[in-house]
Write a protein that binds this ligand. Structure first.
Ligand SMILES: [Fe+2]
Length: 327
């Protein structure tokens, strides 16, 4: 028996690749570039299985999935997700998808999954599918942790001070996050963002970074470009996307006099405000090439003096009341 499979993706190249791989394996294949085309086809011809891209123009893949499960509940749907978009994959499984594949879709994995779904005596249990998704998420976490470490080491080669600083900022920021009872996911963003926040310093000359005396105005202007350089570096990797606000905005101030965009209080996300506080406190209490460390008591006075202008006053209070500076 020849099965009729419909592959739906807005990219012609992906449709073609899927079509070739499935045709060679003996399946009859139709392709659709958008949801309306798929719905028309479903109303005209019997279909045994649908490969459905989550990111579709006009009607999203998830909306289509809901509609298909309502009108053609017997047709199994395999969702195709972008790498790093596994949360949406989980959502799709809960909405009734039989399985999922991540892009780029390899031939072996495609044929194995299609075969399993077509020949499954019962729809695969959602527990099994969720287990696979959670394994994939955990692999993604490993990749993310490795990438953070690699970036952090790269920066350390150039400026050993920055690595120590970033590790300390991470510990302080996570402690503030825990005191605020933030969820694990947001704590992870704080931890990763703290390690990456100064990654743009890779683009600043070592002469300026390690200068033993105070920077000139011109040199300071160069240093001020590091958030934007950092964003240019990190935006190449989609798995670093959650950290971009921290990289971009960790030198913004509540009163709007920070850089690079002069954002004001409500425009600065909580994670960024936490990192800014931890970053400044760590910088004050660590010795720099051009000055000694400030005693903790004086650094706390600085935080108080700049509470409401540079720093979030609620966070300053929490930091002092919970004695998080003792870390
Ligand atoms: Fe910075």
């Amino acid at each position: 028996m020849s099965y009729h499979i419909v592959a739906t993706d807005d990219e012609a190249a992906i449709r073609k690749v899927l079509s070739i791989m499935l045709s060679r394996a003996g399946y009859e294949v139709s392709t659709c570039s958008q949801g309306s085309e798929l719905l028309t086809l479903l109303s005209q011809r019997p279909v045994d299985l649908i490969l459905l891209d989550i990111k579709m123009p006009k009607i999203s893949g998830l909306d289509l999935l809901v509609q298909i499960k309502r009108e053609w509940p017997q047709i199994p749907v395999i969702m195709v997700t972008a790498f790093g978009d596994l949360d949406t994959g989980i959502k799709a499984m809960r909405l009734g998808a039989a399985d999922y594949l991540t892009k780029p879709v390899g031939q072996q994995q495609l044929l194995k999954t299609v075969d399993e779904v077509l020949h499954a005596p019962l729809p695969p249990s959602s527990a099994h599918a969720e287990q696979r998704l959670s394994m994939a998420l955990s692999e993604l976490d490993d990749v993310r942790a490795g990438t953070l470490e690699a970036f952090s080491e790269t920066l350390a080669q150039k400026d050993s001070y920055t690595k120590e600083h970033s590790l300390r900022v991470r510990d302080l920021a996570v402690a503030i996050g825990r005191a605020l009872h933030l969820k694990e996911e947001r704590l992870n963003i704080l931890a990763g963002g703290a390690l990456l926040h100064d990654i743009g310093k890779i683009g600043i000359s070592e002469e300026i970074l390690n200068k033993p005396t105070t920077l000139t105005t011109a040199e300071y202007e160069v240093v001020k470009t590091h958030p934007e350089i950092g964003v240019r570096i990190a935006s190449h990797l989609s798995l670093l996307e959650p950290f971009l606000p921290i990289i971009t905005s960790h030198h913004e101030r509540l009163d709007g006099t920070g850089y690079p965009h002069g954002l004001t209080c409500t425009e600065i996300p909580l994670e960024v405000r936490i990192i800014s506080l931890a970053d400044a406190f760590e910088a004050m209490t660590a010795s720099r090439p051009y000055r000694d460390a400030l005693p903790v008591e004086l650094a706390i006075e600085e935080l108080k003096a700049n509470s409401g202008t540079q720093f979030d006053p609620d966070l300053v209070n929490l930091f002092i009341e919970e004695e998080l500076f003792r870390l």
